[in-house]
Design a protein around this ligand. Structure first.
Ligand code: SF4
Length: 404
């Protein structure tokens, strides 16, 4: 993916054979509009290693906010969901639901001109699927905000999806701007009980056909995925998506592996994300502890990002083997050698690791968990008598372990 013309370029590769990347969502809501806080979230995301950033703003001056957040992102590939702005401004500009279908496309063009690098385009939900969803036995028929906007517009106007109707023109636009289409999963399951039903799979089939069409016309594309899904379904989900789409990048939200974790949903999502990444998912959308409860604050953005990065890395050790395990080997050697400075330096948040290390009194070589009974101290005499372990030998075990 390439950052667009108006800002400094940072190239981030997403796809097969590459490290799993992590996306951070920021943006105002209809009730909390604090642009400074959103800018701080972007800065935090950049500081803690987000690979991509998306602006999901739905409150305030959306053009102004998007431009400020793009500026703050320091060239990190930047995404949006144009359906939000099309709906919010369309309802004001036109007579209620009578938003013309071209209006949806004009907002896409506006975002491309601003230098947006990738956009969620909900082209896979057809009018028929929207009708079926709202009449389905799902616990939560539609949980995607963009998806519900498209569904309401199609049902009220009895018209086909504007992104689908103008698909060829969208392809031309994205090619011209060298931007990426991220096919939205309007019908992702919002509870583990709704996972892998006919609606989710029907949209995935539609998105896969659209993705293949985009690839054949030289347009960069990825497909978005669930959502909520029990652990046993995740590997099959990734494999099915890859097989249907011809292997385009899979961009997953979580998946959250349980519905019970309010306040800790970044952990429920990280468990699913690690499994998805290990099975071949390419980009992981972080979730914060405030998911399902509130707009996140800056600290929650940081927590969510770090959880997602750990999940992505855990997946990569399986997916990429020795190629991804270098840091694990280095830290393990430091841990066995009681090298605290080294370990802390490699932590996802060295300040936090350092604070925790110092939280109880105890000026000792080990840590305060076992104190003087630390295994490395007890075995020190034997460990130091062993021949020095070679880094290459250790890292090759990851490759051997997974048959690479
Ligand atoms: S004291 Fe215990 S927990 Fe701490 S480094 Fe030694 S073995 Fe590990």
């Amino acid at each position: 993916m390439r950052n667009n013309k108006r800002y400094e370029t940072r190239v981030v590769g997403i796809g097969e054979g590459l490290r799993t990347k992590v996306n951070v969502n920021v943006g105002t809501s209809g009730t909390v509009v604090n642009v400074e806080m959103e800018i701080e979230k972007v800065r935090t995301a950049v500081r803690y290693g987000a690979d991509t950033i998306m602006d999901l703003s739905t409150g305030g001056d959306l053009d102004y906010i998007r431009r400020k957040l793009i500026e703050a992102s320091e060239g990190t590939p930047f995404g949006t969901v144009p359906a939000y702005q099309a709906w919010i401004e369309g309802l004001r500009k036109f007579d209620g639901m009578k938003i013309p279908s071209d209006w949806f496309i004009s907002i896409v063009e506006r975002h491309l001109k601003d230098g947006v690098d990738f956009m969620t385009i909900h082209a896979g939900i057809t009018r028929d699927l929207a009708f079926r969803a709202v009449n389905s036995s799902r616990v939560m028929p539609i949980v995607s905000r963009g998806g519900s906007i498209l569904a309401v517009w199609m049902i009220e106007n009895n018209k086909e999806n504007p992104y689908l109707e103008r698909w060829n023109y969208l392809l031309e636009l994205f090619k011209e701007y060298d931007a990426v289409i991220s096919l939205g999963d309007a019908l992702r399951p919002g509870t583990t009980a709704d996972a892998h039903d006919e609606l989710q799979i029907s949209e995935l089939v539609n998105n896969s056909k659209l993705a293949k069409d985009a690839v054949s016309k030289g347009v960069q594309v990825m497909i978005e995925g669930p959502g909520h899904m029990t652990m046993d379904r995740i590997v099959a989900d990734v494999k099915l998506m890859k097989s249907l789409s011809g292997g385009v990048p899979y961009y997953v939200l979580g998946p959250l592996v349980t519905d019970i974790a309010a306040g800790y949903d970044h952990i429920a999502a990280a468990i699913g994300a690690a499994i998805a990444a290990s099975a071949g998912a390419d980009l992981i959308c972080y979730l914060t502890p405030s998911e399902h409860l509130s707009l996140p604050n800056v600290e929650q953005v940081k927590e969510g990002l770090i959880a997602a990065k750990i999940a992505a890395h855990a997946g990569d050790i399986v997916k990429l083997g020795a190629k991804a395990a270098e840091k694990d080997v280095k830290i393990s050697l430091m841990r066995a050698g009681l090298d605290w400075e080294g370990q802390i330096g490699f932590s996802p948040d060295p300040e936090r690791a350092s604070r925790i290390r110092a939280q109880f009194e105890g000026n000792i070589r080990s840590c305060t968990m076992c104190g003087q009974y630390c295994v490395f101290l007890l075995l020190d005499k034997y460990l130091s008598a062993r021949p020095k372990l070679s880094f290459d030998d250790i890292i090759s075990r990851y490759g051997d372990l997974h048959g690479r």
